[in-house]
Ligand binder design. Structure first.
Ligand SMILES: NC(=O)c1ccc[n+]([C@@H]2O[C@H](COP(=O)([O-])OP(=O)(O)OC[C@H]3O[C@@H](n4cnc5c(N)ncnc54)[C@H](OP(=O)(O)O)[C@@H]3O)[C@@H](O)[C@H]2O)c1
Length: 486
């Protein structure tokens, strides 16, 4: 993840090659990696879907259109599509279909002198993960003369039982060392920087504990509604869609101990220890909400219940706020607040570490409770970077204190940042599993949240364009805290 390594010649196979993820994220990322010579000396991309009557030429034309939209500055898209892309239908996904796909891959390898290294990326509806993994295993596509890697998109299961079952099927055909469970939040530069920020800067790490930290807050706010995903989302809700995976990943990276090395398993084991230390979440520390009609950035938007595809009267949560306690030496007594919601005031992903206020203050008329806490705010979206907040004296007034910040923005220093998928795809090709979720990690995470799936809690309505239901503010006020935003 942090070092640059060599990429072997390979075939990159995408199941779900005509889908939204492929069009908007995977194709542009593979193309950009190719432009930067980071896809290796020789490679072919094979897209697979059920659609039958698409020739290679037609698929390349579609891909070119997508690249024009998502990589508008590119000049070589047509040439790249013509030389790299292939398409095959999976038909009815019968054994004969898998055999035909296997033969097609072997033919590509023989024609272009590729040594049998293969990645299989499942950009598929989650309902067909199991059958596709079984199909790969039973057709012998899980092994080759080179390396074989399996990439699985989110969501990984919909509860503990289904996640365990999916892991069982994966391990029936693949070794864990071949498996890459994607959480695209981990591809973001700020998330990767978390370890450098903490473990290469002793000034931060030395205060990163219960002696100095008052609370930690993680917000993943979306301004969009459910859009065209209601069919999936109404069955899932925000807890499954966001908290169990993305927010939990951010939390474990924020809270983990220093790993003994940067090897993938060292890092992932430290994240698992955090999950193991989180106390069972109490019902009174859970707030669910669902957006009603409102205004987001001057646009009038409808309520969740009026969105296309939402079941009438649905009780699905589009907002979750939680208070968590990590019962270990570093964090005992420090509340971790996490929240996520759709149709919030703005799109924003932030991790805020609020430090304790001074025990007394000399600066009348302020008492210590009115001095803002020092804070480190890591912003993942929309502008990756971080702020260090501190108090200063206003000139010309004896004791008026104001909050100011020192800011660092990635784009200002380094220009365009790679999309998270670019980083993750390159890691797959260089066999670096650090930014991918291990099987025990996913199961521990489900173990933590499974009891909440069964809770019969109130789902509070909240106005679209705000910051969620007031019950979420009360969750913090009970502990004399408040949500911090930049
Ligand atoms: N889109 C995103 O931004 C995004 C972000 C994060 C995660 N994901 C995850 O990525 C996966 C794909 O999402 P998506 O948005 O791309 O979905 P999508 O637009 O519905 O595309 C699904 C793709 O799978 C193919 N497909 C469906 N059933 C199949 C089967 N039985 N065998 C082989 N191919 C099949 C579809 O083509 P045919 O119908 O022709 O088969 C299509 O190419 C999902 O797990 C999703 O949760 C997506």
């Amino acid at each position: 993840m942090i070092t640059e390594s060599h990429v072997d010649p390979h075939v990159f196979v995408v199941f779900g090659g005509t889908g939204d993820l492929m069009r908007r994220k995977l194709l542009p990322s593979i193309f950009r990696l190719g432009e930067q010579d980071r896809m290796g000396p020789k490679y072919k991309v094979l897209a697979i879907a059920r659609e039958k009557d698409i020739s290679n030429e037609q698929y390349r034309e579609r891909a070119r259109t997508a690249l024009e939209e998502f990589v508008p500055e590119s000049k070589d898209a047509k040439q790249w599509c013509d030389s790299c892309l292939h398409y095959q239908t999976i038909g009815d996904a019968s054994p004969a279909d898998y055999k035909r796909i296997k033969e097609y891959i072997e033919q590509l390898e023989s024609e272009y002198e590729l040594p049998g290294n293969r990645s299989f990326y499942l950009a598929l509806p989650p309902g067909v993960f199991v059958s596709t993994i079984e199909g790969l295993g039973e057709s012998g596509l899980n092994r080759s003369d080179g390396w074989t890697r399996l990439v699985i998109e989110k969501p990984f299961g919909r509860d503990l039982e289904s996640a365990i079952e999916l892991n069982r099927i994966v391990h029936k055909h693949f070794d864990e060392s071949q498996v890459y469970r994607i959480d695209h939040y981990l591809g973001k530069e700020t998330v990767q920087n978390m370890m450098v920020f903490r473990f290469a800067n002793p000034i931060f790490e030395s205060v990163w504990n219960r002696d100095r930290v008052k609370d930690v807050q993680i917000t993943v706010a979306e301004s969009v509604g459910v859009g065209t995903r209601a069919g999936y989302y109404d069955q899932a809700g925000a807890l499954r869609d966001m908290i169990q995976n993305h927010l939990t990943q951010l939390l474990t990276l924020t809270a983990m101990e220093s790993p003994v090395s940067l090897k993938a398993d060292s890092v992932r084991s430290e994240k698992v220890k955090v999950l193991q230390a989180i106390a069972p979440i109490r019902e009174e520390d859970v707030v669910f909400g669902q957006y009603s009609a409102g205004h987001v950035r001057d646009e009038t938007v409808k309520s969740y219940l009026h969105e296309d595809g939402v079941v009438p009267g649905s009780n699905t949560e589009t907002f979750v706020a939680l208070k968590l306690h990590i019962e270990n030496w570093r964090w005992q007594g420090v509340p971790f607040y996490v929240r996520t919601g759709k149709r919030m005031k703005q799109r924003l992903t932030q991790i805020t570490v609020n430090f304790k206020r001074p025990p007394v203050t000399l600066f009348e008329p302020f008492d210590s409770a009115k001095v803002s806490p020092n804070a480190i705010v890591l912003t993942l979206q929309p502008d990756e970077g971080f702020d260090l907040r501190f108090e200063v004296k206003s000139p010309n007034e004896t004791a008026l204190i104001q909050s100011k910040k020192l800011s660092f923005q990635y784009a200002e220093e380094f220009g365009r940042l790679p999309d998270g998928y670019e980083t993750l795809l390159h890691d797959i090709l260089t066999n670096d599993q650090t930014l991918f979720v291990r099987s025990d990690e996913v199961e521990h995470s489900w173990e933590l949240y499974e009891p909440l799936l069964e809770l019969d809690v109130n789902v509070y309505p909240y106005r679209a364009g705000g910051w969620g239901p007031s019950a979420s503010d009360q969750l913090l006020e009970r502990g004399d805290d408040a949500w911090t935003l930049s």
